[in-house]
Design a protein around this ligand. Structure first.
Ligand SMILES: Cc1cc2nc3c(=O)[nH]c(=O)nc-3n(C[C@H](O)[C@H](O)[C@H](O)COP(=O)(O)OP(=O)(O)OC[C@H]3O[C@@H](n4cnc5c(N)ncnc54)[C@H](O)[C@@H]3O)c2cc1C
Length: 401
């Protein structure tokens, strides 16, 4: 599957930070992690920190899957509003899912402090605006639900949104927890650290088959070599279904662009917070440390890499027009535009945990708009699970829910 079209921004900005060899000889490990994107890197980091021996394999260059296409807004607010999630899974579990995503942002901040640089981590907060006047009531209900859950959030009227953020919207919620980072850089720094702890990372090595054995699995690859492991964690992003043997997510095409840096000191909107809206599919925007605007959305309701390639120029123009409408009078120039595969689950929650009935095969699949915050929780929960420690939150994300 082609996961991306166009020119993804992060690998260009960073350059090829580090490279890894393909698998050239048979390997043996406690845990094989399939996928060296941000999820696989976070999982491998947590597992090696816990003292487990790990091998990571990726069929592409490490970090070159969806991770390099991600706009990397870090939000506790998942694509399903808390009010709606409560209706689907009950108040206790819905609130727990939101609180876990908030906790994931704190964990990421702490994690970036332990790396050679902060991987562009910034916490400007997140503004969720009403796309239409009638969505103001939705935001009021959402405000009440989030406040009840113990989340820090402000309800802003239209004039308050204009005054504080320079945007025209009927109403909005502001959440100070919202953050952003450079996902490719974080992935690479984590992979370097897991290597330093003794793990082996190989890319350009596709896992073609998992053969169950008495003690775990033998992973066969498209190269001559194999990996024998007691446990396998599938962090293969939107290509994971072949290992799950079941349909897990609804795949879609999604589009994004990044502008050239704005002149120094020109903030496109006060506080440079993350922005997104109540409409579905939603438009979203953030800035980068060097003063660019990243904007995305315009999702198709289907998944077709070929069609995505063809549609990219038109989608780019639509995103440009929407940016002009959001920030009238601001002069911007598009630097790169790209598109990617994106997966949604019916409840907006990730799939994390063992395959039902099979404790040796585990999944770390951060499907949904805040895939990255889910990946952080996947790393924590799967490590606890593999070490035999209680991981009650896995219940929320189980594959057979
Ligand atoms: C345009 C766009 C914008 C997004 N914006 C956001 C956002 O703002 N915030 C957010 O949280 N999330 C966002 N996401 C989602 C986010 O990018 C994903 O949740 C995240 O990148 C998933 O990381 P991953 O490591 O699970 O997947 P990937 O980065 O795709 O990594 C999986 C890896 O597995 C490898 N692999 C697959 N099959 C095999 C195999 N058989 N053998 C070996 N290796 C294999 C792949 O090559 C790949 O490198 C966005 C996604 C897109 C496309």
């Amino acid at each position: 599957m082609e996961l991306r079209s166009g020119t993804a921004f992060w690998p260009l900005k960073n350059g090829l930070l580090y490279t890894y060899p393909p698998l050239g000889q048979n390997e043996r490990a406690d845990v094989l992690v399939i996928g060296a994107g941000i999820t696989g890197a976070l999982v491998a980091d947590a597992l090696t920190e816990a003292g487990l021996d790990v091998v990571v394999l990726d069929r592409r260059d490490a970090g070159f899957g969806s991770t390099s296409a991600s706009t990397a807004l870090l939000q506790y607010e998942i694509d399903t509003n808390l009010v709606d999630l409560t209706r689907m899974i009950g108040q206790r579990d819905a609130e727990r899912a939101y609180l876990l995503c908030r906790d994931a942002i704190d964990r990421l901040e702490a994690l970036t402090r332990t790396l050679p640089d902060n991987c562009g981590f910034q916490r400007p907060g997140s503004l969720y605006y009403a796309s239409r006047s009638r969505d103001s009531r939705l935001l009021q209900a959402e405000y009440a639900a989030r406040t009840r859950a113990g989340l820090q959030v402000e309800f802003l009227s239209g004039p308050e949104v204009q005054e504080r953020f320079g945007l025209r919207a009927p109403a909005a919620l502001f959440s100070p927890a919202g953050a952003q980072l450079d996902p490719y850089r974080l992935t690479q720094h984590l992979l370097q650290r897991v290597q330093a702890r003794g793990a082996r990372v190989y890319d350009r090595t596709e896992v073609t088959e998992l053969e169950a054995t008495q003690n775990g699995y033998v992973a066969h690859t498209a190269r001559a070599a194999r990996v024998q492991a007691r446990r396998v964690v599938v962090a293969a992003g939107y290509e994971a279904e072949r290992f799950a043997g079941q349909r897990l997510a609804r795949l879609k095409n999604t589009y994004a662009l990044v502008t050239e840096p704005l002149p120094e000191a020109q903030k496109p909107w006060p506080t440079s917070c993350l922005i997104w809206e109540t409409a579905r599919p939603y438009l979203y925007a953030r800035t980068t440390a060097e003063g660019r605007i990243l904007i995305g959305g315009e999702d198709d309701d289907h998944h077709s890499p070929a069609r995505r390639d063809r549609r990219l120029p038109a989608k780019q123009r639509r995103l440009e027009r929407r940016l002009e409408k959001l920030l009238p009078g601001l002069k911007t120039e598009v630097a790169f535009a790209w598109a990617g595969t994106f997966g949604e689950t019916p409840d907006g929650l990730a799939f994390i945990g063992p395959q039902p009935g099979n404790p040796c095969l585990l999944f770390a699949l951060g499907y949904g708009g805040n895939g990255i915050t889910y990946s952080v929780q996947a790393a924590r929960l799967l490590t606890d699970h593999l070490l035999g420690r209680p991981a009650p939150d896995l219940r929320l994300f189980r594959l057979d829910r």
